[in-house]
Design a binder for this molecule. Structure first.
Ligand SMILES: *[C@@H]1O[C@H](CO)[C@@H](O)[C@H](O)[C@H]1NC(C)=O
Ligand SMILES: *[C@@H]1O[C@H](CO)[C@@H](O)[C@H](O)[C@H]1NC(C)=O
Ligand SMILES: *[C@@H]1O[C@H](CO)[C@@H](O)[C@H](O)[C@H]1NC(C)=O
Length: 379
C-alpha cells in the first residue's frame, strides 16, 4: 500500500488522463453539437491540428498554416451555424475541403464548361400508363456498385460518373462486377471539349468506350489523378457498351424509371458551401448557379416523407455519407441542383466479346470521339 502522497499523485495522474480522454472525445463530437460563440481559439486550434493529422496535410510556404487556419475557422463557423438549425434536412461537417475557400474548391474540383445540347434523348424510359415502379431501389444492395472512388486533385468527374454506370450495366448484363479504367479515358479521349484533368463531358466518355470498342480494367490501366499519354499497350477491351442515351429532360418520373433499371450519370451544380461541406441527410440546396460536376445516381427512396436520390460522388469515402449524397427528389422542373437536366446512361445489348480484350490498339485519326451532346463538366 503506498504512502498518502503517492496515492494522491496516482489519483492526480488518473484524473488528468481522464481529462485528456474526455477532451479528445469532446473534440471529435462537438463539431456538430456546439455553438460557434462557445468555442475558444485554443479549442479551434486543437481541432485544426487534429484535422491536419486526419487528412495528412502540411504546409510549406511561410505563413501558409496561419492563412489556412483562418479559412478553417470560417469553415467551422459555417458548420456550427448550419447545424444549429435543428430543422434542416441535412448536416454539414468538416472534410477534406475544410482548409479551402469556396473559390478554391470550385476552381480545383469544379469547372465552368456546360453544353446544354441533348442530341441523344431516348423514349426508352418515358413514363407510360401502367408503369409500376418500385418505391425504392438501391443498386449497391444488388451487387452492381463498387466502393466509392476518389478523383483526387484532377477535374475528371466526367470519367468517374459514366464509368460507375458502365460498371453497373456490365454487372447487370453479365453478372460480373469489374472495376474499369477512368485513366484510359482521361489519357485517350482528347477530342474537344474533353480535356483530361481540365474537364470533359460524360457523353465524350461514353463515346470513347463505344468508338474504342471497349474499355480496360482499373487494374490494367490504373488511376493516376493526372493527365498522361494514351498508353497503347494498355488498350485491352474488357467491357463494351453499344450506345448511350439521354433520359427525357426535366422529368423526374422518367429519371426514376431509368434508375429502376440501371445507374444513370447526371450533371449537378455543386458550387456552394453547403454542398462542399455536406455530411449527412437529404440535401435540398443551395447548389450553385450552373452545372459543374458529374455524379451517378445509384438508387432512390423516401425518408420522413421526403423523396431522395442516392448519388455516388467521386471524392472518396470521407465526404458525405461514406462518399454518397442523398439529394431531394420530386421537387419538379430541373430537380435539386439541376439533377434532372442532362441524365444519360450506357446501353449494353449482350455479353462482352470473349476475345475483345485481345484486340490490338486501333484508334484512327478520323474517329469521332467526344460528340458533345451532353454537357462538359470540369469536375
Ligand atoms: C423548428 O421547427 C419547429 C416547428 O415548425 C419550430 O417551432 C421551431 O422554432 C423551429 N426551430 C428552428 C431553430 O428554426
Ligand atoms: C463559385 O461560387 C463562388 C461564390 O459565389 C464564386 O466566387 C466562384 O467564382 C464560383 N466558382 C466558379 C468556378 O464559378
Ligand atoms: C447518339 O449516341 C450514339 C452512341 O450511342 C452516337 O454514335 C451518336 O452519334 C449519337 N447521336 C447523336 C445525334 O449525337
Amino acid at each position: 500500500m503506498g504512502s498518502p502522497k503517492s496515492s494522491i499523485s496516482m489519483s492526480l495522474l488518473f484524473f488528468s488522463s481522464l481529462l485528456v480522454l474526455s477532451l479528445a472525445f469532446d473534440a471529435s463530437i462537438i463539431t456538430y453539437a456546439k455553438k460557434w460563440e462557445q468555442r475558444t481559439n485554443d479549442e479551434v486550434m486543437a481541432m485544426f491540428e487534429s484535422w491536419l493529422v486526419e487528412y495528412g496535410k502540411s504546409y510549406n510556404a511561410l505563413g501558409e498554416k496561419e492563412r489556412r487556419f483562418e479559412i478553417f475557422k470560417d469553415n467551422l463557423r459555417f458548420v456550427d451555424e448550419h447545424n444549429a438549425d435543428v430543422n434542416r434536412s441535412y448536416k454539414v461537417g468538416l472534410n477534406q475541403f475544410s482548409d479551402l475557400t469556396l473559390e478554391e474548391y470550385s476552381s480545383i474540383y469544379l469547372g465552368t464548361k456546360f453544353d446544354m445540347r441533348m442530341t441523344n434523348v431516348s423514349d426508352r424510359y418515358e413514363p407510360r400508363v401502367g408503369d409500376q415502379l418500385p418505391n425504392s431501389i438501391d443498386w449497391r444492395k444488388k451487387g452492381a456498385v463498387l466502393g466509392v472512388k476518389n478523383q483526387g486533385n484532377c477535374g475528371s468527374c466526367w470519367t468517374f460518373a459514366p464509368i460507375a454506370a458502365v460498371e453497373a450495366i456490365n454487372q447487370i448484363v453479365t453478372g460480373n462486377l469489374i472495376s474499369l479504367s477512368e485513366q484510359q479515358i482521361v489519357d485517350c479521349q482528347r477530342k474537344s471539349p474533353n480535356n483530361g484533368c481540365k474537364g470533359g463531358s460524360r457523353a465524350g466518355a461514353y463515346q470513347f468506350i463505344i468508338d474504342n470498342g471497349g474499355i480496360n480494367t482499373e487494374a490494367n490501366y490504373p488511376y493516376k489523378a493526372q493527365d498522361g499519354e494514351c498508353d497503347e499497350q494498355k488498350n485491352q477491351k474488357y467491357v463494351t457498351i453499344d450506345r448511350y442515351e439521354n433520359v427525357p429532360r426535366k422529368n423526374e418520373k422518367a429519371l426514376q424509371k431509368a434508375v429502376s433499371n440501371q445507374l444513370v450519370s447526371v450533371g449537378i451544380a455543386s458550387n456552394s458551401s453547403e454542398f462542399k461541406a455536406y455530411k449527412s441527410g437529404i440535401f435540398t440546396g443551395p447548389c450553385g448557379a450552373k452545372i459543374d460536376h458529374a455524379v451517378t445516381i445509384v438508387g432512390y427512396g423516401t425518408e420522413g416523407g421526403m423523396d431522395y436520390w442516392i448519388v455516388r460522388n467521386s471524392w472518396g469515402s470521407n465526404w458525405g455519407e461514406n462518399g454518397y449524397v442523398r439529394m431531394q427528389r420530386n421537387v419538379g422542373n430541373a430537380g435539386t441542383c439541376f439533377i434532372a437536366t442532362s441524365p444519360n446512361y450506357p446501353v449494353k445489348y449482350g455479353p462482352n466479346p470473349t476475345n475483345a480484350h485481345l484486340s490490338s490498339y486501333s484508334m484512327s485519326n478520323d474517329n469521332s470521339l467526344g460528340a458533345n451532346d451532353g454537357e462538359s463538366n470540369n469536375a
